[in-house]
Ligand binder design. Sequence first.
Ligand code: NAD
Ligand code: IPM
Ligand code: MN
Length: 357
Amino acid sequence: MNIHKIAVIPGDGIGKEVIAEGVKVINKASALDGGFKFEFTYFPWGCEYFKKTGKMMAEDGIEQLSKFDAIFLGAVGAPGVPDNISLWDLLLVIRKSFDQYVNLRPIKLLKGAPAILKNVSEEDINMVFVRENTEGEYAGSGSWMYKGKPNEVVIQNSVFSRHGCERVIRYAYELAKSENKTLTSISKANALNYSMVFWDQIFKEVGREYPEVKTFSYLVDAASMFMVKDPKRFEIVVTSNLFGDILTDLGAAISGGMGLAAGANINPERKFPSMFEPIHGSAPDIAGLGKANPLATVWSASQMFDFFGYSEWGKRLIGYIENILTDKKVLTPDLGGTATTSEVGDEIIRKMQLDFK
Ligand code: NAD
Ligand code: IPM
Ligand code: MN
């Protein structure tokens, strides 16, 4: 029996509610399969922990997490704790410390998901974003001078290293090649005259190693327009940290909403644990009300199955999500239903059980 040790960080707000359903589904899959087991260890880190201790995670948190095979995270952020502290000291420090330089975000209109774009069907929205996840606009380099004075100045630097750009772009080429798909790079070299000129250059350089991959290159402003007007032109997409952050929320909007947007923070070399988490945040507006849609988290669990080589289970979970969406009987309010977060989780369990009867 293969045992995988998973560190669970439910975090804040709806993070706790959706993770509970994700864990429930993974446990059920282990029980039905019998060939593997996921062992969960919970960490109470997040904004409540911060309010008690002044820290977002234990002092040796990264060292503790490094002993696990993967991390399953809900969401981070709560009113009363500045977002730049809560996110930098927990989520972003994990992505960076564990060199999770690939943020894989599928933007796919599943069967039965609400399509907000006119005349668009499932075949038209089926892309995977490969978002750079450790540097770029999120490098955290800068300064704040003369704070609070009339001559106050802030500087926020972007850092684009050759190593950092090459590796994520190469990952995207490999993915496009293995799936026989096109690869689109999204940048902004007309205005960002160092960073994005460099990005575009590296996209071309690495591309010489992949003559079989058909490529496109768009400016980010035009790309956002095309994602809405003509999403089928995107298959595999590679882009910088900030552009990837913004465009994947747009992607969520056109493929069923934040409740259906999944992500995986991958360290491809597997030297460090990778982290699986929905794209959405802690949603303070609905936290604690049982209204959060857990399907994005279940989809991230499906990515975790793929990562550990259980792609059968990865596919199956997507199938259950599609069943839920096409049945339209047990849906949370964001998808027009009245079911609670845990009722959606229970419905998936029920479908799993039926499948294995
Ligand atoms: P958000 O993603 O939390 O919420 C945006 C909107 O989408 C809200 O109306 C919310 O109710 C809705 N929504 C999100 N997920 C949903 C779900 N699963 N089911 C139903 N509706 C859902 O973004 P925000 O409001 O900008 O941020 C709230 C907090 O979360 C902030 O502190 C922010 O910094 C943090 N945040 C954390 C993460 C993360 O941990 N990965 C991601 C984004 C934002
Ligand atoms: C995401 C989130 C994070 C990001 C925030 C919370 C720092 O928006 O995972 O999309 O910008 O990466
Ligand atoms: Mn985001």
